[in-house]
Design a protein around this ligand. Structure first.
Ligand SMILES: CC(C)(COP(=O)(O)OP(=O)(O)OC[C@H]1O[C@@H](n2cnc3c(N)ncnc32)[C@H](O)[C@@H]1OP(=O)(O)O)[C@@H](O)C(=O)NCCC(=O)NCCS
Length: 292
C-alpha cells in the first residue's frame, strides 16, 4: 500500500545508511554505495533519497542526463523492510521532476529479465518496455578456459577488423538504421550500462578515439576498458557475417590484452543463438522508457 514518504536530495552524510541497506541487494552485493560520492559531485547527475522520521535514508535512486534531452534512471533501491509500499515510485517521481527541469523529454532505465519485482514496480508506475538487449560476456586470452581464448577449438575469423574513419560513420549508421539490429534496438545503444539514442556524431567521435571498427560488411564500437575488459557497445552486421564478426571482436579483445569481453546486442533470435554457440554467457535485459 502506498504511504506518504519524505524525499529529498541526497547528501554525503547519507552514504553509511545507503551502504547499510544495499549491502545485500543482489547475490553479488551492490555497487551503489561505492559510486554514491562520485555521483554527488557530478553536474549531470541527481541523487534522491527517501527518509524515515529521523531523516535516515530508507531508499535511494539516481538520474543522469545522457544527452541534452535524454535522462537515465538507475540505482533504485528500497531497504528490504520498506518494500511494497510504493516508496520507489516517490523517489522516481522526484527524479523525473529534476530531469524535466534539466531539459529531458524522455527518461529510460534498464531492468534485468529475472528481476520480476523491479519489472512489476516499473510497469505499474508508467514506463513502457521499448527494447530488449542481451549482455554477452566471456573470458578471453589467459583468463579463458581454452588457452586460445575463443571457447573450445578456436576458429580463426575470416574477417580482420580494421579501424574505420569518420567517413564510415554515415554508411554504418544508415545500414544499422534500416537493418534488423537497428530496428530491434529502437535506435538505442549502450554507453556502459546506460542506453541512449545513437547518432552519426557518436560514430564519428568513436572514429577519432580509435574505437570504431570496420569488420567485413559490418561495423562495431569497441575499445578496452580499465578493468581488463574489452567492451563492445554497438555492432552492425548481417546474419551471414555475424559469426566472423564476433570472432574478429574476440581477436581484438585478445590483442588488447583484455581478460574478458562484453558485448551488447539487441535481443534477436539468431544473434543470441550465435553468441551462445561461441561460448558467451548471455543475460536478457529490458529498456523501459517514459516521456517526461
Ligand atoms: C525494485 C524496488 C526498487 C521496488 O521498490 P518498492 O518501493 O518496494 O516498489 P513497490 O512498492 O512498487 O512494489 C513493487 C512490487 O514489489 C513486490 N513486493 C511487495 N511487498 C514486497 C516486500 N515486502 N519485499 C519485496 N517485494 C515486495 C510486489 O510485487 C510489488 O508490486 P505490487 O504491490 O503491485 O504487487 C525494490 O524492490 C528494491 O529495492 N529491489 C532491490 C533492488 C532492485 O532490484 N532495483 C531495481 C533495479 S532495476
Amino acid at each position: 500500500m502506498a504511504r506518504a514518504v519524505i524525499v529529498r536530495p541526497a547528501r554525503l552524510s547519507d552514504q553509511p545508511a545507503i551502504a547499510g541497506f544495499t549491502r545485500e541487494t543482489f547475490t553479488w552485493g551492490d555497487y551503489v554505495a561505492d559510486v554514491f560520492e562520485g555521483w554527488l559531485d557530478r553536474d549531470d547527475t541527481h541523487v534522491i533519497v527517501a527518509v524515515d522520521e529521523a531523516d535516515r535514508p530508507i531508499a535511494v535512486g539516481a538520474v543522469r542526463m545522457l544527452s541534452p534531452m535524454e535522462a537515465w534512471y538507475s540505482a533504485a533501491r528500497v531497504a528490504p523492510e520498506h518494500r511494497g509500499q510504493g516508496i520507489a515510485a516517490e523517489v522516481s517521481a522526484s527524479l523525473r521532476t529534476w530531469a524535466r527541469n534539466a531539459g529531458a523529454v524522455v527518461g529510460r532505465l534498464l531492468v534485468e529479465d529475472w528481476n520480476t519485482t523491479a519489472i512489476r514496480h516499473v510497469e505499474k508506475t508508467g514506463p513502457r518496455r521499448v527494447a530488449s538487449f542481451v549482455r554477452c560476456t566471456k573470458p578471453v586470452g589467459d583468463a579463458s578456459p581454452s588457452p586460445s581464448g575463443n571457447g573450445g577449438r578456436r576458429l580463426p575469423s575470416k574477417l580482420r577488423a580494421r579501424r574505420a574513419g569518420s567517413t564510415e560513420a554515415q554508411p554504418a549508421y544508415a545500414s544499422w538504421s534500416v537493418g534488423e539490429l537497428g530496428r530491434a534496438s529502437r535506435g538505442l545503444f549502450g554507453v556502459h550500462w546506460a542506453f541512449r539514442r545513437l547518432t552519426v556524431a557518436d560514430l564519428e567521435a568513436a572514429a577519432r578515439g580509435s574505437a570504431f571498427w570496420e569488420i567485413g560488411a559490418g561495423w562495431a564500437l569497441a575499445a578496452p576498458e580499465s578493468d581488463a575488459r574489452f567492451e563492445v557497445a554497438w555492432l552492425e552486421t548481417r546474419e551471414e557475417d555475424a559469426g566472423d564478426l564476433f570472432r574478429s571482436l574476440v581477436d581484438l579483445a585478445i590483442g588488447s590484452g583484455a581478460e574478458s569481453i562484453g558485448i551488447w546486442i539487441p535481443s534477436t533470435h539468431w544473434i543470441t543463438r550465435l553468441a551462445r554457440g561461441l561460448g558467451f554467457e548471455t543475460a536478457l535485459m529490458h529498456v523501459y522508457a517514459r516521456e517526461i
